[in-house]
Ligand binder design. Sequence first.
Ligand SMILES: [Zn+2]
Length: 384
Amino acid sequence: MKLIPFILVGFLFSISVQAQLPNVFYQSLVDQVSYTEVEENLTELAGFGEKTLGSAAEENALNWMKDLYQSWGYTDIELHEVNAYGQSGYNLIVTKTGTLYPDTYIIVDGHYDTVNGPGANDNGSGTAVILETARILKDISTEYSIKFIHFTAEEWGLFGSYQYVEDIVIPQNLDIRLVFNIDQVGGVAGQINDTITCEQDESSPHHNNSESAAYTNDLMNYMETYGGLFTDLSYAYGSDYVPFQEEGFVITGIYEYNVSPYPHTPQDTLENLDFEFIHKVAKGTLGAVCHFAQATETMGIHEIDSSKIKIFPNPADRFIQVNTQGNEIQNVQLMDLSGRILLEEKFQQNDFQINTSGLADGIYILKISNGNSVSNQKIIVQHK
Ligand SMILES: [Zn+2]
């Protein structure tokens, strides 16, 4: 929950954007967002009780989320220790590797700690939305890597996100394309919850503000197109995107438009939420993340396990090295984006090079066929 400076409330305004046509593939994923799954996960989260930093409830919630990600098949799962006021707990970071830009990240984050109550809305709702997004995207290729991050100690002053930026983002010089923060999207039972507030960066430093405005404008379109919600534009403040924003990263976020009176009280419970609204928010969020991370439809009927095929360097200059780790390769084709075959070769060994020195800078498709299986991989040629 965020304390709204009262003087600014009057400046919130609604804009209505013409909903765009959905991407057919993204819509097919959005259709998989499950009301039941979101409801069950949110019920589980609220059931742990008050999840303050260092509490048993916080640790139980952490372990439960970790197990859930593992049950879906995620393997890159990290815990990052957070310390504040003599207590310690963990941020949970789950990474999904991108196909084209593995070292560039979309961060989808929200806090899971709570204060003075079970935090069904603040921020069980956002946590459940992130979980559902991760569940559906598990086996979907995305060009950019995604980090799903569940921060702790937000309620005590954004300690989890501040320490993550300080301990990891800056020392490791992480290349972050966008931080998408989800905090308190539960709606208010008994009210008409048909609008989501999308938040753009209006704070100093200002060099990242215009990019934030562009992403937030896109976010509003996706929330309308895939979530079926109206949108409201506001400014970002008081949640876990702030430490990233202060370091110059590009941020956006969502927050409920009908602001619940219950967060930070024992009444922040399931019965005070609007599950229909959360379901719509989850759909809009998934559609947005598909666009931000560039989810791609796999093209083959029988797909070779792409994670077993290593292609490097990518972007390539004079050659690309391909390692198929045991797949028997029969035919390799390099095509431009219109499908024109520029090069065709047969290889018996699973380790081979393709000469790219004669190709113009651009994006190409490398098609590797093996009997009835096929893998299409995007490669970039960029001459130095
Ligand atoms: Zn919150």
